[in-house]
Design a protein around this ligand. Structure first.
Ligand code: NAP
Length: 243
């Protein structure tokens, strides 16, 4: 049984990924920061189906909290076989209005959080000579989004980290890849009006908005046996919005 850690597992994409891994009999570790109730009810749902799931609280932007989370993981399960760096936040703001705090928070969660979790997960993966890391970037990390400069920079950083780490860990039997979603219906996009959604649909070649399950299937693929010769890649799940 593989142990899979998903950060931000109480959110839309994280929960869909957790359900998908658990359904194929992986043990899922559900990291959350504040959404304890959502994380606990997901854990409960999976346990009721006879699947293995455990909640772990930690703010991934805090290196000490990440270390404490991995201390618990190592004591109970040795380490993680699959790490999904999914935790994320969004903020729409003009670049000229961004404060130091806005900037640092965005980089802290997405880029520092991915760094802290990869750093903590790797020693076990290196010892096992096997491991999968899937980092969730965004199409805005690929092409840049107006009024989301800090988000785009953080997500572009995640792409750079992925490509470089894939090269460093290739001989250790570890693959490192990114999934770059387009517009996906979750809490993160809940503020979009139906009019906004209609415009985005019209701009998307498939004429649709993505679901968390669309992203979860791509994560599962990269974590699976069929993707063993794929590393350092960016898998875009965006209906053709960015090609
Ligand atoms: P979501 O439903 O808002 O979920 C994000 C989750 O991340 C939340 O449950 C939140 O948990 C958690 N989180 C935030 N900061 C954290 C921290 N410091 N430590 C631990 N957990 C933290 O959003 P989503 O759409 O599923 O987003 C998942 C990922 O996909 C994000 O990285 C996002 O940037 C990326 N993405 C989303 C879209 C989209 O259109 N939805 C598009 C491209 C990329 P708490 O409430 O407990 O803080």
């Amino acid at each position: 049984m593989r142990t899979v850690l998903i950060t931000g597992a109480a959110g839309g994409i994280g929960a869909a990924a957790a359900e998908a891994f658990a359904a194929q009999e992986d043990r899922v570790l559900l990291n959350y920061r504040r959404s304890e109730q959502a994380a606990r009810s997901l854990e409960e749902r999976l346990l009721q189906k006879g699947q293995e799931a455990y909640c772990l609280q930690a703010d991934v932007s805090d290196p000490q909290q990440v270390r404490r989370m991995f201390d618990i993981i190592e004591a109970n399960w040795g380490g993680v076989d699959v790490l999904v760096n999914n935790a994320g936040i969004a903020q729409i703001k003009l670049f000229t209005d961004l404060t130091d705090e806005d900037w640092n928070r965005m980089i802290g969660v997405h880029l520092n959080g991915t760094f802290y979790c990869c750093r903590a997960a790797l020693p076990y993966m290196i010892r096992q000579h096997e491991g999968r890391i899937i980092n969730i970037s965004s199409m805005w990390g690929q092409i840049g989004g107006s009024c989301e400069v800090h988000y785009s920079a953080a997500k572009a950083g995640v792409i750079g980290l992925t490509k470089a780490l894939a090269k460093e860990e290739g001989l250790s039997g570890i693959t490192v890849n990114c999934v770059a979603p387009g517009v996906i219906r979750t809490n993160m996009t809940a503020e979009l009006t139906e009019e906004d959604i209609a415009v985005l649909r019209a701009e998307t070649p498939t004429g649709s908005i993505g679901t968390p399950e669309d992203v979860a299937r791509a994560i599962l693929f990269l974590a699976g046996q069929d993707a063993s010769f794929i590393t350092g890649q960016i898998l875009a799940v965006n209906g053709g919005f960015v090609t």
